[in-house]
Design a protein around this ligand. Sequence first.
Ligand code: PEP
Length: 252
Amino acid sequence: MRKALVAGNWKMHGSRSVVAELLDALADGVADMSGGPDMAVLPPFLFVPAAADRLTDTAIAVGAQNVCDQDDEGAFTGEVSARMLKEAGCRYALTGHSERRALYGESDELVAARTAAALRGGIIPIVCLGESLSEREAGETDAVVQRQLRAVVDAVGISGLAGAVLAYEPVWAIGTGRTASPQQAQAVHALLRTYLRKRDAVIGDGMRILYGGSVKPDNAAELFAMPDIDGGLIGGASLNADAFLAICRAAG
Ligand code: PEP
């Protein structure tokens, strides 16, 4: 039985005061929840310590939005290592978010190397996979997500991947208000699980595969009802504590 995970990707949003308010609202709101899914928020790096402090002893874990591919400290300007994230209180880190791939040129190989470094450093990577609109329209969805997944499996091995979480995020659904239908999402999730099962049935069955792309309180339940959708990676709606917690309840 896979336990659902709902993670909120705050992207580059917030200020000290806005983050403090959001964390208070999350900490208060989650105190009333029992038996929910695993939950996490992924603030910008600067706000990770504040989140880890405020959410200590709550059911909400903290993560980061990326992680360096290098283990040791050194001349890697702008990067943050898995060890540093762990020390700051992170449990998770995104790798391969489509904005990193598209806006900052992160290749499949770099995403795989970041994922491997997260695993070595005791951070659970949430590996994002997904096709663009033009790739979907060209019928390339399956090939694209399998190529992205293969790069990670090649780097960490199928047994290494057991320590990770996958997130299918069709790029055309991110921040657009246009959600994949539950059936469209389920088809890709099933494809990814079959890909993993062929390499290791236990790891394929146990892998948590989140859906991301304009998940909101009013569409979460039908997405999470799909057999191969194990929770969500939430962008915009995670900036509102009530909306985020409503989505978490839908995954409970
Ligand atoms: C995301 O950024 O990972 C995401 C899914 O964003 P949104 O929910 O806003 O589409």
